[in-house]
Design a binder for this molecule. Sequence first.
Ligand code: MLT
Length: 404
Amino acid sequence: MYQINDNYQKLPGSYLFSDIAKKVKAFSDANPDAKIIRLGIGDVTQPLVPAIIDALHGAVDEMAKAETFHGYAPDLGYEFLRNAIAENDYKARGCDIAADEIFVSDGAKSDSGNIQEIFSLDNRIAVCDPVYPVYVDSNVMAGRCGTYDAASQMWSNVIYMPCTRENNFVPEFPKETPDMIYLCLPNNPTGTTITKAQLQEWVDYANKVGAVIIYDGAYEAYISEDDVAHSIYECEGAKTCAIELKSFSKNAGFTGVRLGYTVVPKELKCGNVSLHDMWARRHGTKFNGAPYIVQRAGEAVYSAAGKAQLKDQVGYYMKNAKTIKEGLKDAGYEVYGGVNAPYIWLKTPEKMTSWDFFDYLLEKANVVGTPGCGFGPSGEGYFRLTAFGSYENTVAALERIKAL
Ligand code: MLT
């Protein structure tokens, strides 16, 4: 008889956002008249901007003619997109990242789940707590996390770095030495971040202890403060210790279009083994390239019109963030985030767990958010609201919350 990957059996329940979707569906079936406002999953609501739509139309027309038709995309991405990324996301910020160090993919979720494959199962991971659940779950599936303790909601072989109001949501160097450090900055779910100087300390630490940093910069477009780095490669020495994951979902509305990229610098080596070569081998074997049409849409993100239109779109969502933050404060909540990220992180009322508050908000205000404990044990007692709704819905949700 064949055997399965037992590690999957260790995972508690289903993926966080699938759990929430099930609960909301059950509530909506039981209350068909309820006008539910969804501020749970960080999914965008505004349409693709005109510059991107034009690029999509143009690329679709190219696919209709034999002379301009495109089949398989190059494994690592089309040069036109990799050059645009290198120029705009790196060179323009003084980061020395070349186009051939960029691997185009179908999104940061896949890359953040897959990147662990090129590392030994003996490695110990460290994660901020709370954080995007994919990092831990994908390492559990691989068999790197040990056993789960339901009482503490912790894995025996994961190093948790609590980020709570007590430490101003800044991760501290762990007592035990990790091999792989996941940093999501600005952070999902807390919406908080650290300064460039603090990030430099993490880079220095990783280089010193021989750890690799997996840096998820999916929310970089929302950074509004000057002392925050837009890429880890702004820090000295990052090319010898860090892999950076980027997404087009949040800055350009590609959640349903799917595009992202990963940077693996050529200088990143374990002994004399190049991680760049390993990821290229993995990518070439398991991935057949993001669609041509989508990569042309990605290129349009960096056009003058695309940049201007997306700046406005980010501004739209950040206006929502402000509305949520101020509305919650008016209603007496303790709130964090929402300045460098489209997430607002609030402390649940005394004696209410994260899931209690989820039920309360759904039942009494018909508003969906995300329970903090779904992102890690230190998220218990907190709750996340996203700024990715429409402005009208955001205002309406806050009115309902204030009225409670
Ligand atoms: C979230 O809500 O945390 C994100 O939308 C999840 C994701 O980006 O996959």
